[in-house]
Unconditional design. Structure first.
Length: 414
C-alpha cells in the first residue's frame, strides 16, 4: 500500500518494534510513548496496519464512519487452512456480535439490550457483588497467606456475577466459562495452531447452542435474568431476530467477564505499586470509583481496538486507504501528555478522570456501568477489609495479546 503522509511534520528517529515482543508486551508504555511522539498516526509495515496513538487523532478515528468495526472477514483470513472447514458457523456467530457491526445494524442490536444496562437495572446487583467478593475472600484470603489475586478474585468474581446476570445455572458454570475462555483465544488472537483454532471454533458453537437452549427455556419459564428481561421487551422476533439475539448473548457472555477481570487485577496492581495512592483511598474510601477510572486510563484492561477502512479517509495528514487495518491504541492515547498532565503517574485524585478505555461514540461499551460497579465493589471490599494486602514479589507476567492487557497471575500476601 502507498501511505500519503504530512510532509511538513518532522519525524524523529524511531525504530519500529513488534507489539507482541515480550518486553513490549510486558510494559508497552515506553514504546507506545515513543511511537506517539514519532507520529501519532503511523503506518506500520511490520503490523500491516495504521497505529493511532495520539488522543486527538484516536478520538477522531473513533468518530470516523469509514473506520468500520466489521472485521470478521480479516479474522477469518487468519484461520489455518486445515481449520477452515470448522470456521463457517463460528464466524457467522461473530458476524452477529454488536461490536463487529456498524450502524444501522449496530444501533438496532444495541437498542434491544440498552434498557438492561441502565443504572436502575444493574444497581440491584450491588449487594450480590459485595457478597460474592466477601465469600471468595473468606475462602482464600487467609492472613499471611500468599495467593493469586487473579485466580482468587479477579477472574471468578465477574464470572459468577455475569453468569447470574445472564441466568446460567451454577451447575453449568464450568463448561460455560471454559467455552468463554476458548472463544477469547479466537477473538483476541491467542489461538495460533490449527488444534487451538479448532477448539476455539467448536467452543463458540457450543456456547451458542447452550445459550439458544437457555433462551427456549426462558421463553417457556421466565426468570429474573437478562435473557428473560430482553424477551419480555418484545423486541426479539420484531426488530432483532432470534439468531441475532443468541449471537449477541455469546458476545455478552465473553466480553463482560474478560474485561472486568483484567480491570480488577490491573487496578489492584496499580494501587499496590503506588502505596501513597492506596493510603489516600484508605483515608477516603469514596475514591474507589476514581481508582477504577484512573486504572482504566493508566493501565486499562485492553490496549487497543481494531477497525478496517471501508473507504479512503484522511486522518492527521495521512490517507488511510479502503481495506487498510487501523489499530486504535487506547493505551497510548490515554497517556497522551497533550490530554493529561503527568500521564505516566497513577493519581487517584486526578481532576480529569476521562479516558477512552470504554470507547467513544456509537461503539461506547454498553456494559461500562456494570463493569465499573463490579470493579468498584471488589476494590471497596479489598481495601476496607484487607489492610495488610501487599504484593508478593515484583515480577508479573502478562498474556501475549495485541488487544488485551491481562495478567496471568498477581501474587499477593493477604
Amino acid at each position: 500500500m502507498t501511505a500519503t503522509l504530512d510532509p511538513v511534520r518532522p519525524a524523529p528517529a524511531f525504530t519500529e518494534r513488534y507489539l507482541l515482543d515480550p518486553a513490549v508486551n510486558a510494559d508497552p508504555y515506553p514504546y507506545l510513548n515513543a511511537l506517539r511522539e514519532h507520529r501519532p498516526v503511523h503506518y506500520s509495515p511490520l503490523h500491516r496496519a495504521w497505529l493511532v496513538t495520539g488522543h486527538a487523532q484516536l478520538t477522531r478515528a473513533l468518530r470516523e464512519p469509514a473506520a468500520s468495526a466489521d472485521r470478521v472477514g480479516p479474522m477469518m483470513d487468519a484461520v489455518p487452512e486445515g481449520a477452515r472447514g470448522d470456521a463457517e458457523r463460528a464466524f457467522d456467530i461473530l458476524s452477529r456480535w454488536m461490536v463487529f457491526n456498524d450502524p444501522p445494524a449496530h444501533r438496532r442490536l444495541r437498542q434491544a439490550f440498552q434498557e438492561q444496562f441502565a443504572a436502575r437495572a444493574i444497581n440491584r446487583y450491588q449487594a450480590l457483588i459485595e457478597r460474592v467478593t466477601r465469600a471468595l475472600l473468606a475462602r482464600r484470603a487467609v492472613a499471611g497467606r500468599v495467593g493469586d489475586l487473579v485466580a482468587d478474585v479477579a477472574k471468578p468474581l465477574p464470572a459468577l456475577v455475569f453468569a447470574r446476570w445472564l441466568g446460567v445455572p451454577q451447575q453449568h458454570s464450568a463448561s460455560f466459562w471454559y467455552w468463554n475462555a476458548r472463544v477469547g483465544d479466537l477473538v483476541l488472537g491467542a489461538a495460533q495452531e490449527e488444534r487451538e483454532y479448532r477448539t476455539s471454533l467448536q467452543s463458540l458453537v457450543n456456547l451458542e447452542d447452550y445459550l439458544a437452549d437457555l433462551v427456549r427455556q426462558r421463553r417457556a419459564e421466565p426468570q429474573d435474568d437478562l435473557i428473560s428481561a430482553v424477551l419480555a421487551s418484545g423486541r426479539i422476533g420484531d426488530t432483532v431476530s432470534e439468531a441475532e439475539f443468541v449471537g449477541m448473548l455469546t458476545q455478552m457472555a465473553f466480553a463482560g467477564g474478560e474485561t472486568t477481570s483484567n480491570l480488577i487485577a490491573n487496578a489492584v496492581r496499580a494501587l499496590l505499586l503506588h502505596p501513597d495512592q492506596l493510603a489516600a483511598v484508605r483515608e477516603r474510601p469514596e475514591l474507589a470509583g476514581a481508582v477504577v477510572e484512573e486504572a482504566m486510563r493508566f493501565d486499562g484492561p485492553s490496549k487497543m481496538s481494531i477497525r478496517v477502512a471501508s473507504r479512503d479517509f484522511e486522518l492527521d495528514g495521512a490517507i488511510v486507504r479502503g481495506g487498510d487495518r487501523v489499530f486504535l491504541v487506547t493505551a497510548a492515547a490515554n497517556r497522551d501528555p497533550d490530554r493529561h498532565p503527568d500521564p505516566d503517574r497513577f493519581l487517584v485524585t486526578r481532576a480529569d478522570t476521562s479516558h477512552l478505555g470504554f470507547g467513544l461514540g456509537v461503539h461506547f461499551c454498553i456494559g461500562a456501568a456494570l463493569a465499573r460497579m463490579v470493579a468498584r465493589a471488589a476494590l471497596e471490599v479489598l481495601i476496607a477489609e484487607h489492610p495488610g494486602l501487599s504484593l508478593a514479589g515484583d515480577r508479573h507476567t502478562w498474556q501475549p495479546s495485541l488487544l488485551n492487557r491481562s495478567l496471568t497471575a498477581l501474587p499477593v500476601r493477604y
